[in-house]
Design a protein around this ligand. Sequence first.
Ligand SMILES: NC(=O)c1ccc[n+]([C@@H]2O[C@H](COP(=O)([O-])OP(=O)(O)OC[C@H]3O[C@@H](n4cnc5c(N)ncnc54)[C@H](OP(=O)(O)O)[C@@H]3O)[C@@H](O)[C@H]2O)c1
Length: 231
Amino acid sequence: MNGVTAKRRTALVTGANRGLGKAVCEALAGLGHRVVVAGRDERGARCVAAEIGGDTVPVALDVTDDGSVRRCRKRVGAVDILVNNAGVLLDGGTSPSSVPLDLVERHLQVNTVGAWRVSQAFLPDMMERGWGRIVMVSSGTGAFSNGLFPGAPAYSVSKAALNAVTVLLAEEARDRGVLVNAVNPGRVRTRMYPNAERTPREAAVDVAWAATLPGNGPTGVFLRGRRPIPW
Ligand SMILES: NC(=O)c1ccc[n+]([C@@H]2O[C@H](COP(=O)([O-])OP(=O)(O)OC[C@H]3O[C@@H](n4cnc5c(N)ncnc54)[C@H](OP(=O)(O)O)[C@@H]3O)[C@@H](O)[C@H]2O)c1
């Protein structure tokens, strides 16, 4: 699993106004790709695009909003690479027996259905064109093999469900030139996890690698540091 796609591609990254998403935009731009910097707050997306420079396009995108996704798709057109990075962790310190269920729904709306919604907007074109890469930014807390995380149960369930969506989309896109994988970036120092050791730039290299896999790369797998890990 060496090497990256040599051709210049158009990549869209969600939740790109900060944290890991921003670093993934920088990494993909550094590889020479055109990057669509998609942020819920368009001003934030514009700032990031201006900071990166080159061929970057800022766009407003709230992954929970059908209209926003439709407008984004219309404005941007087809893309080759989609990184579903947008995510929330709002239930740290709760427990499975008491976490408010509206909070559970909120996590599912953003982390699971949001990524699914944006994938539905862009995957059909990828399959039609016979080339595409989708990366779901998942988490070790969503891995049964790792032990789900009772200290953030809604987040954990939303990422386990995101892993399931990854497998299903990968299966549908198999043999259509589209690779769909999930990445566990580890603990990354962002607003979500301010005390983590790993820098967004370090984690972004792995995400960008999964987003630019060659045609013989894996699909329907969970990656950690470029290696498949158990779900
Ligand atoms: N940090 C870690 O240790 C870690 C570990 C494993 C997985 N992850 C995953 O990595 C991804 C990036 O997280 P991060 O660490 O960079 O956290 P972050 O700094 O909190 O960034 C989260 C991003 O998601 C965006 N977002 C939230 N709701 C959205 C919505 N409805 N529509 C569009 N964008 C939305 C945020 O936009 P706003 O700025 O507008 O809020 C922000 O850009 C997440 O999926 C997270 O679960 C992180």
